[in-house]
Design a protein around this ligand. Structure first.
Ligand code: ATP
Ligand code: ATP
Ligand code: MG
Ligand code: MG
Ligand code: MG
Ligand code: MG
Ligand code: MG
Length: 329
């Protein structure tokens, strides 16, 4: 449909390994609540069994069975659920497009982008050892510290904790960004774990995603201007853009809509990088002096790490010089 320019960073895709499940085997996926001992306590679950919690788990499992294909049985107890996929499953069903159904504005819905970033921030704060995250469109990539020993480096733990934390955050924070617009059905996110052995491979991976962001956003910006302001139908716009190079697209934007692409918002052109930033927090602390009744207020400065969003170039050297700690061991 679209003639996509391929960036020189494409090669990093070859680091994705084939994780096809062995034929003729039952595929079982077991989910288990992360740190639910604490979750149950903080949400005052009745002991030993909170039926509200059990019923909610079952409602979620039911949604999973309805949303995904080929699950033949699910079994739940406590904070866990096991899903058994048909032996001959060849699953991948496509649901009606989420963006369309929720009337995302085109080409970029900032509510959706900012919600994605809020979720990614929650993931970084909740989970361990994430040094940088990069997001664009409906995707986010999370890079873990090279020497992380989180869950003894089990790939499935990394993937499921990130995906589920992200998905639940999306629902949790939805109304902060979409106000009274109703979330129509439970959204889901797929994930994959990819290992990049060298710093260069990792940088090329992020460059690849950012190049993808640029290529898609340039296309979408012209496309939707042609439709929204130029009065073309979507198929006429497709037709007009077929085979065009980025220079042509810049030219259409400028001559027909007086838009200089370079002045479009950075968040749309560059995507979003989340990094840890050290900040000095000044707080007052009340301390009780031993052997005395008196309380004393003291001023303490402590360094805290905070997740910060950046919309900048990741391809050149500048970012990596400025944030050299990311690639440090
Ligand atoms: P991990 O992240 O390793 O799974 P966890 O805290 O979730 O840690 P689990 O072994 O999974 O530990 O135990 C789940 C905990 O959640 C139990 O301690 C149980 O008390 C609590 N819990 C889960 N569901 C319910 C429920 N329906 N009613 C009461 N308590 C519950
Ligand atoms: P898959 O499940 O294979 O990923 P998909 O429908 O999610 O299928 P993608 O290639 O991931 O397909 O494309 C995401 C789609 O979501 C794009 O078509 C884009 O139009 C839409 N989209 C995502 N984020 C936004 C946003 N912030 N504003 C507008 N549209 C968005
Ligand atoms: Mg457990
Ligand atoms: Mg648990
Ligand atoms: Mg459990
Ligand atoms: Mg998608
Ligand atoms: Mg996508």
């Amino acid at each position: 449909l679209r003639t996509m320019a391929k960036s020189k960073f494409e090669y990093v895709r070859n680091f994705e390994v084939d994780d096809t499940c062995l034929r003729n085997c039952w595929i079982v996926v077991r989910l288990d609540g992360r740190n639910f001992h604490k979750f149950a306590e903080q949400h005052s679950f009745t002991k030993p069994n909170d039926d509200r919690a059990l019923n909610l788990m079952t409602r979620c499992a039911q949604a999973v069975m309805e949303e995904l294909e080929d699950i033949v049985i699910a079994y739940g107890q406590s904070d866990e659920y096991s899903f058994v996929f048909q032996k001959k499953s060849n699953w991948f069903k496509r649901r009606a497009r989420f963006a369309e159904q929720h009337s995302f504005t085109k080409p970029n819905d900032d509510r959706a982008l900012n919600l994605m970033t809020r979720c990614a921030q929650a993931v970084m704060e909740e989970l361990e050892d994430i040094v940088i995250a990069y997001g664009q469109s409906d995707e986010y990539s999370f890079v873990f510290q090279k020497k992380s020993n989180w869950f003894k480096r089990r790939a499935s733990k990394f993937m499921t904790h990130v995906a589920s934390q992200f998905a639940s955050s999306y629902v949790f924070y939805w109304k902060d960004y979409f106000q009274d617009q109703t979330l129509l059905y439970p959204p889901g996110f797929d994930g994959r774990v990819i290992l990049y052995p060298s710093n260069q491979n990792l940088r090329d991976y992020l460059s690849w995603r950012q190049a993808d962001c640029h290529i898609n956003n340039l296309f979408n910006t012209v496309f939707w201007n042609l439709v929204q302001k130029g009065g073309l139908t979507t198929s006429q716009a497709e037709e007009k853009l077929r085979g065009t190079l980025s220079g042509d697209k810049n030219e259409i934007l400028f001559s027909e809509f007086n838009i200089n692409y370079n002045n479009e918002p950075l968040i749309h052109r560059k995507g979003t990088a989340l990094v840890w930033k050290k900040i000095d927090e000044i707080t007052t602390k009340t301390i009780k002096l031993t052997n005395e009744e008196k309380e004393k207020e003291i001023v303490v400065t402590r360094t805290r790490k905070k997740v910060t969003a950046l919309h900048c170039d990741l391809i050149g050297e500048e970012f990596w010089e400025e944030h050299s700690e990311i690639l440090e061991d």
